[in-house]
Design a protein around this ligand. Structure first.
Ligand SMILES: *Cc1c(COP(=O)(O)O)cnc(C)c1O
Length: 366
């Protein structure tokens, strides 16, 4: 891992001296299944509509700070009102702003790793302490009792559903209990929510739990990771706090135009999402067939996102060989605490999934 130069370590704020710049370990490959993007082409007509919207967008004027047209469309979709929605420059900005507004020195964020590494990163940037209730080592299930006990002491909680990288979905009952237990705000990150079974979103609790914040993004199911657009749903006073601390123009005019078009055409994405869900089940059985003979060093966890977590002997070597011999990029988690010998594979198009299964078969046969 890279570090800041000695000179910079002396000049940055003391709590930032040990920071390690994010390294997505990206290498250009023919098949990229490393970042949970939607690898399918945009649905028929969507790209054309986006291009038209972009062409009609003046560039000389500042953006609408609150993205109100987009907010209204998102609110109508989710059955809430504009006052329940805040848009951000990707879900990441909203995660950062969550910690910036509600975390900080002397505050504690509760997380359940293995989960999205950005939570701990943004906590460290904002000097927020992190309390961890680790998931079960074998199943990656949440430890409910410990989680609820810790939530009582926490200022903030972030739970992920489906969780990245383990793929499991948070139960609505547990989410309700965590909201009741925590004196502060509870964010449920549903970046992959569109890929999960119907009726699993905790959004239905928004009316009941006024400390619940639900995070969404257009980066995953809606295939627009490049435009950087995410949003949170929460009670109006929570949204007002998000609005008050945000960088005014962080969501630019092109992002607003492209996002509004995609959200208006959201129904067109349903078949793609359905295909990814069925490809996920096909990839799961293919990986099961490969890993079962290797148990316990081989395993695959059934998940509800657009990715699967798989454990293989010498995973980092396997990942390197996939990249160098087959030009297939997957995410290596083998160095991450609690994820020994694990790789995360994004569910791609059928031919991409076939390629990764064939390559793994070849590598594992040796
Ligand atoms: C991808 C992802 C996000 C947000 O991604 P953006 O591209 O910044 O919108 C948030 N949470 C999790 C768990 C993710 O995997």
């Amino acid at each position: 891992m890279t570090q800041l130069s000695e000179r910079m370590r002396a000049l940055v704020q003391p709590h930032l001296a040990e920071i390690e710049p994010y390294d997505p370990a990206f290498t250009p490959c023919d098949i990229n299944l490393s970042a949970n993007e939607n690898t399918y082409p945009l649905p028929e007509g969507v790209r054309e509509a986006v291009d038209e919207a972009l062409a009609a967008t003046p560039l000389n004027r500042y953006p609408d700070p609150m993205s109100n047209d987009l907010r209204d469309e998102l609110a109508a979709w989710h059955g809430v009102v504009r006052e329940n929605v805040c848009v951000g420059n990707g879900g990441d900005e909203l995660l950062y702003n969550f910690l910036l507004a509600f975390g900080g020195a002397g505050r504690t964020l509760l997380t359940c790793p293995p989960d999205f590494s950005e939570y701990a990163f943004f906590a460290s940037l904002t000097q927020t302490a992190v309390e961890r209730v680790w998931r079960d080592e074998a199943t990656y299930g949440l430890r409910c009792e410990e989680l609820l006990a810790a939530a009582v002491q926490a200022d903030l909680v972030i739970l992920t559903s489906p969780n990245n990288p383990t793929g499991d979905v948070l139960s609505i009952d547990l989410a309700r209990e965590v909201c009741a237990a925590c004196p502060g705000l509870v964010m449920v990150d549903e970046a992959y929510g569109e890929f999960a079974d119907e009726g699993t979103s905790v959004e239905c609790l928004l009316g009941e739990c006024d400390n619940l914040v639900v995070l969404h993004t257009l980066s995953k199911a809606f295939g627009e990771a490049g435009i950087r657009c995410g949003y949170v749903l929460a009670a109006p006073d929570v949204i007002e706090a998000f609005a008050a601390i945000r960088q005014i123009y962080s969501v630019n005019v092109l992002t607003q135009a492209a996002a509004l078009t995609a959200v208006r055409k959201r129904e067109a994405f349903a078949p793609v999402i359905e295909t990814i869900r069925s490809e996920r089940e096909r990839l799961l059985s293919g990986l099961r067939a490969l890993t079962e003979p290797l148990a316990p060093q081989g395993a695959v966890w059934a998940g509800q996102g657009n990715f699967l977590l798989v454990r293989l002997p010498q995973a980092s070597v396997v990942r390197q060989r996939l990249r160098d011999e087959f030009s297939i990029l997957v995410r290596d988690f083998s160095y991450a605490p609690g994820l020994e010998d694990c790789l995360r594979i994004t569910v791609g198009m059928p031919e991409e999934n076939d390629a990764v299964l064939d390559a793994l078969k070849t590598i594992l046969a040796e």
